[in-house]
Design a protein around this ligand. Structure first.
Ligand code: LLP
Length: 421
């Protein structure tokens, strides 16, 4: 069951709510619309897949940091994966259990590591200087830190270069030729560091589970080697990265169950606790960016639908050439001409497009148009470029009611940065 469906008469629904009704009842500006039940269903899919394993679902907060969504994910039992001090502070505010949190990153700051140490979250070691900082944070906080080694397994995730992380020349993690140095270093700080596991993250939008299996085989090998030196590590963290069906072609992509099943036996054979770090596959398909059509124009051989949303609200198409499915939310007159359109925003850049070469019926001014699968890396990457203030967010609740879960930013919010200067 998926939250966004089109009725036979051409209306888009979010669960049982007509998206047009939401559009007609809220502020006149682009907005994100989520299904809260879909978030629950996505977490359930992981929880069911993980049955029989000791595991932590570490939700990658970078994908979407709406505080209400975080609280909901926490109530569903998730932990959190953090990449900055502020993400850690927000996770604490949302009530996440610190012992289910993992602090990741190649440039973690000392003051943030001190907070992580004080709170007792897992910390991934990414480099020599990162290890030094973690030791320093341990001494400042007086707490021994549970650490995982982030190993760069050199597995090609077969994705856009910008979202590949586990390949040889990436800036993340430790290469195997340095592994012994790190093990010796950890041994040298028995009061500061406790090595509890190994971590890898291959990349994002991965659509073949064999890639995860290849990495897990390598990682379990590393764990065997590390255990052979007397370390009692018992966590394998295979990161996040599972892709979703952005193209809406009905193609069957690997599910959370497929992902977990491909590593299950390996994890059990070594008696490991499994940590996974999903972001996109938990939250992307729960949301649409809802826009209004400002007008339609033609230049040369190109037709454009100009909407009020833009690369400021949703940058993935501009930044990665990513495809996100686009459709109108209400039926169009049967004589409306279907053409090939670029769907563009009002921002002063030719990079400002939400979709290229889309077959769509010619919409009227004011018609609602959605960009699908906008729950992950959309609002969290939104900017205020051209002073388009970040949009409000709403969700449809289990009982069908609509709640605002984040205010839209306003021009007054912007002026506040200059008060008293
Ligand atoms: N763990 C680590 C260490 C990560 O770096 C990431 C994502 C995740 C987990 C979550 O990956 P996911 O399950 O969401 O694929 N802005 C890009 C995606 C960047 C992903 C960065 N790391 C996009 O819009 O496609």
């Amino acid at each position: 069951q998926h939250c966004f469906t089109k009725s036979p008469d051409g209306f888009l629904y979010c669960e049982d709510t007509k998206v047009q009704d939401v559009l007609d009842s809220v502020e006149k500006r682009p907005f994100y619309l989520y299904s809260k039940p879909q978030i629950t269903r996505n977490v359930d899919a992981y929880r069911e897949a993980l049955q029989g394993l000791s595991s932590i679902i570490g939700y990658a907060i970078k994908a979407n940091n709406n505080l209400n969504i975080l609280k909901h994910l926490r109530k569903l039992g998730c932990g959190a994966v953090l990449v900055s001090g502020n993400e850690l502070r927000l996770a604490l505010k949302a009530g996440f259990d610190p012992t289910k949190c993992i602090f990741n990153g190649n440039g973690k700051l000392l003051e943030d590591l001190v907070l992580a140490a004080e709170e007792g979250v897992f910390v991934n070691i990414d480099s020599e200087f990162d290890l030094e900082n973690i030791v320093a944070a341990s001494r400042i906080s007086g707490k021994r830190v549970n650490v995982l080694l982030r190993i760069n397994p050199d597995v090609d995730p077969q994705v856009h270069a910008y979202v590949a992380t586990g390949n040889k020349n990436s800036k993340f993690g430790i290469r195997n030729e340095k592994l012994q140095w790190f093990l010796d270093a950890v041994k040298a700080y028995p009061n500061e560091l406790k090595l509890v596991g190994a971590h890898c993250h291959l990349g994002s939008t991965i659509t073949k589970v064999d890639i995860f299996r290849d990495a897990a085989v390598l990682m379990v090998n590393y764990i065997d080697q590390i255990r052979a030196q007397g370390f009692e590590l018992n966590y394998l963290n295979i990161g996040g990265g599972l892709g979703i069906d952005y193209y809406h072609t009905g193609a069957v992509l690997p599910s959370p169950r497929d992902l977990i099943d491909t590593v299950r036996e390996l994890v059990l054979s070594r008696d490991l606790n499994l940590i996974i770090e999903p972001g996109r596959s938990l939250i992307a398909n729960t949301c649409c960016l809802v826009n209004r059509v400002t007008g339609v124009k033609t230049n040369g051989t190109k037709n454009f639908i100009v909407i009020d949303g833009s690369m400021s609200e949703l940058i993935r198409p501009s930044l990665y050439g990513a495809y996100q499915h686009i459709e109108l939310i209400s039926p169009v007159p049967s004589d409306a001409e279907v053409s090939t359109f670029d769907v563009v925003g009002p921002v002063c850049e030719s990079a400002d497009f939400l979709g290229k070469d889309r077959e769509l019926p010619t919409p009227d001014k004011g018609a609602g148009l959605v960009v699908h699968d906008a729950g992950a890396y959309c609002m969290s990457m939104a900017s205020t470029y051209n002073l388009k203030m970040r949009p409000p967010e709403y969700w449809v609740e289990e009982d069908g009611s609509i709640s605002k879960i984040r205010h839209g930013e306003t021009f007054e919010d912007h002026l506040r940065f200059f008060e008293g200067l």
